[in-house]
Design a protein around this ligand. Structure first.
Ligand code: SIN
Length: 291
C-alpha cells in the first residue's frame, strides 16, 4: 500500500484496517445508482485491499442485488435456498438454537464449482452484541512468502475441490451436513449441478496479474495424488496461508456491507456468540475459470 491511499480517488476514501488487507470505504451510498466512474474507483479499491467494507448502509434486497449485478452474473448456491422473491440472496442466520455457523472454516467461496465465485457481498441486518466477526487472509502474501523451491514445486499442481462427501463433511452430502446443524439455513438438493472441480493450486488474478495461493477447506486432494499423499502438503499450505500477519478481522455493525475478492482471499466466520442472533444477506458473483 502506498502512504497516501486516497490520492488516486476522486469520489471515495479508503481507510485501511490491517497491514495485509481490508479497507473501509466512505463516500458511497449503495442505495443509489453508482456511476461507472465511482464503480471504477471501487474496483481499484477492491484490487488494492482485497476486501472492502461500507458501513451505515440502508439497502433493500433489490438494491443489494442491483449493486452486485454491476460486477457480473450472480452465482446461485447449489445447496442453500435464497430468500422469497430473491433466489440470488441467501439468508445467513445463526440463532441461539444453532450450534454451528455458516462459513466457520477457512475457505474461498464455491471452490467446488467449475467457475467459482469472483466476489461475495455480505450485508449485516442483525449482529450480536459481541462476537460474530469475520476474518480474511491475503493469498497473494501466502504465495509470495513461500520459498522459491516450494513455489516451483506447487506451481504446476492442481487441486480437486469438493462440495460434499469428503472428510470435511464427515462423508455426508452437504445437504445432510447442514440440515442437522443449521436449523435456520434452508438447505436444498444440488440436483445435477457440478459440485466437484479441479483448479490450479496457484492462480493468476485476472485483474491484477498477481499470483495467489488458491486453497481452502474444499480442497480434498491434489490431482493425480492420493489423499494420504496430498494431506501433509494441504496441511502445511493451509496453516501457512492463515498466518496472523496475512489476516484482517472485521467487527460488524448493522448496515455494514463487506465485499471480498474470492480469487485472492480466504475468509472465516467466527462462531463465538452462543447467546446472540446474527442475520446477513449474502450474494456471490460468478467468476471465471481459474487459471
Ligand atoms: C461466508 O462464509 O460466506 C459467511 C461469512 C460470514 O458470515 O461472516
Amino acid at each position: 500500500m502506498d502512504g497516501l491511499p486516497n490520492a488516486r480517488y476522486r469520489h471515495i476514501e479508503t481507510h485501511r484496517i490491517a497491514g495485509a488487507l481490508g479497507a473501509e470505504i466512505t463516500g458511497v451510498d449503495l442505495s443509489r445508482d453508482i456511476s461507472d466512474e465511482v464503480l471504477g474507483e471501487i474496483r481499484s479499491a477492491l484490487h488494492e485491499n482485497l476486501v472492502i467494507f461500507f458501513r451505515r448502509q440502508t439497502i433493500t434486497p433489490g438494491q443489494q442485488l442491483a449493486f452486485a449485478r454491476r460486477w457480473g452474473d450472480i452465482h446461485l448456491h447449489p445447496f442453500v435456498a435464497g430468500i422469497p422473491d430473491y433466489p440470488e440472496i441467501l439468508e445467513i442466520k445463526k440463532a441461539e438454537a444453532d450450534k454451528r455457523n455458516f462459513g466457520g472454516t477457512w475457505h474461498t467461496d464455491q471452490m467446488f464449482a467449475p467457475r467459482p465465485a469472483m466476489g461475495t457481498m455480505l450485508y449485516a441486518l442483525k449482529v450480536p452484541e459481541y462476537g460474530g466477526d469475520t476474518m480474511w487472509t491475503n493469498q497473494y502474501l501466502a504465495y509470495e512468502t513461500l520459498s522459491d523451491a516450494m513455489r516451483r514445486m506447487i506451481d504446476p499442481l492442481k487441486s480437486v475441490a469438493k462440495g460434499e462427501g469428503t472428510k470435511k463433511y464427515g462423508g455426508k452430502s452437504r445437504k445432510e451436513f447442514y440440515a442437522d446443524r443449521l436449523t435456520t439455513v434452508k438447505v436444498i438438493d444440488p440436483g445435477d449441478l457440478q459440485t466437484n472441480s479441479v483448479h490450479p493450486l496457484v492462480r493468476t488474478h485476472p485483474g491484477t496479474g498477481r499470483k495467489a495461493l488458491y486453497i481452502g477447506s474444499h480442497v480434498n486432494h491434489f490431482d493425480g495424488m492420493t489423499e494420504d499423499e496430498s494431506q501433509p502438503l494441504i496441511d502445511f499450505l493451509s496453516r501457512h496461508s492463515i498466518r496472523p500477519e496475512f489476516t484482517c478481522r472485521f467487527r460488524w455493525s448493522e448496515g455494514a456491507l463487506a465485499f471480498w475478492d474470492n480469487r485472492c482471499t480466504q475468509h472465516f466466520a467466527i462462531n463465538d456468540y452462543p447467546a446472540g442472533t446474527r442475520l446477513m444477506h449474502r450474494i456471490t458473483i460468478r467468476g471465471d475459470m481459474p487459471v
